[in-house]
Ligand binder design. Sequence first.
Ligand SMILES: [Ca+2]
Ligand SMILES: [Ca+2]
Ligand SMILES: [Ca+2]
Length: 474
Amino acid sequence: MSQHISRQWALPAIAALLALAMPLTSMAGTRSGKASKETVPELSTRLIIRLGEGNLDAPLLAKVRAVAAKQGLNLTHLRKLARGGDVLDLGKALPPETLHKLAAALTKLDSRIDYVEPDTVMVPMTLSDDKHVGVQWNLTETAGGIRLAGAWARTRGQGVVVAVVDGGVRPHVDLADNLLPGYDFISNRTAARDGDGRDANASDEGNWYTRGQCTSDQLGAEDSSWHGTHVAGTVAALANNGIGVAGVAPGAKVLPVRVLGRCGGYTSDIIDGILWAAGVAVDGVPANPTPARVINLSLGSLAACGKSMQLAVNAARDQGAVLVAAAGNSAIDVKKFSPAGCAGVISVGATTRSGAQASYSNFGTGITVSAPGGDMRAQAVDGVLSTLNSGTKRPATDVLAYMQGTSMAAPHVSGVVALMLARNPQLSVNRVEDLLRASARPLPGACRGGCGAGIVDAAAAVTAAGTALLLSDN
Ligand SMILES: [Ca+2]
Ligand SMILES: [Ca+2]
Ligand SMILES: [Ca+2]
């Protein structure tokens, strides 16, 4: 298997995609080292309400509406959530602190109300998006890589579905054959850019925005990131096809679940996406014909895990899905972050090419394991290379590009979990986490504040999964 890996990265193979990327060379390096976006408080127009018992009936909704009206808000009921709770729209965007106060006041309004919480906006966990072409140190190098070759000798993830709950995907030539149809859960048509609410087409339509559209403090404009395509490529880009990159689990299939559009995505859409990915029925959406065993969440917000998100995580786990979340890029304790700070989620910190904790990575006892997220401050090739699109707004041509962030670290772990489950489909959600921790290797570089059990080790994890298989057979 290892000779196949080296052939995959031979120069002629890379040259094929380099040709596609040529028009982009003038952009190289221009967006490196930019401050992370997810630390900026995002505006939300929505609340989630959940009752301890019964349904949100018209009289209770009227009471809630009356409180909102006193603050000049025209509150409306948007829809029910898949596993209890309702989404309310306030008619206008409020800063997080205002929304929290309103939620707290509404929680106390009636004894039937279990809680009201902000429908927090989550964003991708990427730091930068420079476009270059080179080698995949993250999979192979001794210092910072995940020791993939030894795992591929046993499995490439055949038969496992990995949901990428993200911004949707582009049908990149080095990825398309591993993409399932998926679904688009973005309920806001402006954010979705596809002219409607939820639909069966999970294509990424571009998440570019102009100055002042997305944040309360009027930061600058952003080009489309094609983040979901990059994350999906790290999970399962095609291997041994003579072009581009290889994913961690090229035998697995990616289920694209689109939840992030312009300005990010609402928690209410993300939790419905998570539930659907795991095989839970969601109102108004056809049943998922290919439920995922692994759910990758390279997204988040600077907010502790909310009750609605925790309930969704619990329900997905009950379906047998392993949830893997980016720890976040704010260099703070992961417990202040969601969904990485939720219980029952495999929370992934980021490491560099030399195997040290990445300076931006969140940390803490809540980190399960670490994985390559890259650090592009010195040079772009120290980032994580994967599939991307060249379009600055609308999609254009297929390219490969380096990105960095815990967004890039999480799909390494999702891929490794897919390899483990292909090796041993009987592994429980808890057993996967135990084996991942036990098989991780210590960081060869520095870590402050907690990097979990170490850098995920694909070869050791797959071996551990196989050993568990032998034991369970006895
Ligand atoms: Ca749509
Ligand atoms: Ca769509
Ligand atoms: Ca390839």
